[in-house]
Write a protein that binds this ligand. Structure first.
Ligand code: HEM
Length: 349
């Protein structure tokens, strides 16, 4: 006997074509009303189940949304493998440490692009963040954009004006940018993404003066200096920014990992608020984060969000909805892949 999920999947591919014929090409709140009415319920259940056995999955899926949507829009292009005609975005340095891609394929009951958005929404919720409403109807891309990934995904050592410029190019103002970065209140980072702040900040041979001195010592204990640092320069990711080996097998200093909320003493337990309170204490782990306190406009939002959890949650919801709708493909502009890592052959498109 077929499970509810299997029934939903088999009916989906039959009716998706009909669905497109009788509606305008835009996202909608009931896009899968006929073809897959249970999609949101199924994604919610699957994310909760995976989160139970693999609690690290929620931050990974939220980051995946950002890395998909910032590169030519929310079109699941980040999931495509390289083939004869294209190089995968997964090979772009900022994407080498992405995780959770397997979960999107495991859930695949509608387009990969919609699953990324719905999975990120549920991930925010299980991580203690707000629940927001997202529309559906995104289609998957016909190609991958590795060079765009290198151009648009900021380096953890990028300076604030570059970061604000990139976000502004995608339509996000300072307030929205600061609220989105609240996602860094959960998840992990590898030492390689901030070790220059501990040992050789901007080539000075000294630590970043913005780092809280006690916190600096704690970070050094977790990420000891073990080899000449590559001292990545603090500019946008263009292939020269720090990146991890594609395989996680090598045992070297790049393996060091800490929680983005490492030593939260003096901070706060809540999603979001925790991040901004830490920044005010000089406990931002990445350079990109800590700099939010150095500019009058962004510092204002850091302060407001650290003091007002309700304000943060409302703004974060709005910014995540905006991110989830960025540059989407609808109607015949895209396709619905059967495997997220492969474009459909033309005869099946
Ligand atoms: C200036 C912009 C940003 C930079 C430079 C940046 C950089 C990074 C880096 C280097 C990591 C560590 C990855 C690792 O070591 O595996 C990370 C983790 C993370 N980022 Fe960002 N990020 C930015 C914006 C965002 C945004 C807008 C979101 C979501 C809305 C986001 C969500 C996350 C999450 C949730 C993690 C933890 C991932 C995990 O635990 O697997 N980031 N980010």
């Amino acid at each position: 006997m077929k499970s509810t999920v299997e029934e939903d999947v088999s009916s989906f591919y039959v009716s998706i074509a009909e669905e497109d014929d009788d509606r305008s090409y835009s996202l909608s709140s009931d896009y899968y009303r006929q073809s897959c009415p249970s999609v949101e319920r199924i994604v919610r259940k699957m994310i909760r189940d995976v989160h139970h056995s693999r609690p690290s999955i929620a931050p990974s899926l939220i980051r995946l949304l950002f890395h998909d949507c910032f590169v030519e829009g929310c079109d699941a292009s980040v999931l495509l493998d390289s083939d004869g005609s294209m190089i995968s975005e997964k090979e772009a340095p900022p994407n080498l440490s992405l995780k959770g891609l397997d979960v999107i394929d495991d859930i695949l009951i509608v387009s990969c692009a919609d699953i990324i958005v719905l999975a990120a929404r549920e991930s925010v919720k299980v991580a203690g963040g707000p629940r927001y409403v997202v529309e559906t109807g995104r289609k998957d891309s016909l190609g991958a954009f590795k060079e765009a990934a290198e151009r648009w995904l900021p380096s953890p050592n990028a300076n604030l004006s570059d970061i604000l410029h990139v976000f502004a190019s995608k339509g996000f103002n300072e307030q929205e940018t600061v609220s989105l970065l609240g996602a860094h209140s959960i998840g992990i980072t590898h030492c390689i993404f901030f070790e220059n702040r501990l040992y050789n900040f901007s080539g000075t041979g000294k630590p970043d003066p913005e780092l809280n001195p006690e916190f600096l010592e704690e970070l050094k204990a977790v990420c000891p200096f073990s080899a000449p640092s590559s001292s990545p320069s603090p500019h946008m990711c263009s292939g020269s920014a720090p990146s991890l080996p594609a395989s996680g097998n090598s045992k070297n200093k790049t393996d060091g990992v800490i929680d983005l909320s490492f030593n939260n003493e003096g901070g706060d337990a809540h999603f979001g608020t925790r991040y901004y309170r830490r920044l005010r204490l000089g406990k931002g782990v990445m350079f990109a984060d800590q700099q939010l306190t150095t500019n009058t406009k962004t510092e204002l939002w850091v302060r407001r969000y650290s003091e007002n959890p309700a304000l943060f949650r409302a703004d974060f919801e709005d910014a995540m909805i905006k991110l989830s709708n960025h540059g989407v493909l609808t109607g015949h502009l895209g396709q619905v892949r059967k495997s997220c890592s492969k474009v459909l052959p033309p005869d099946e498109d």
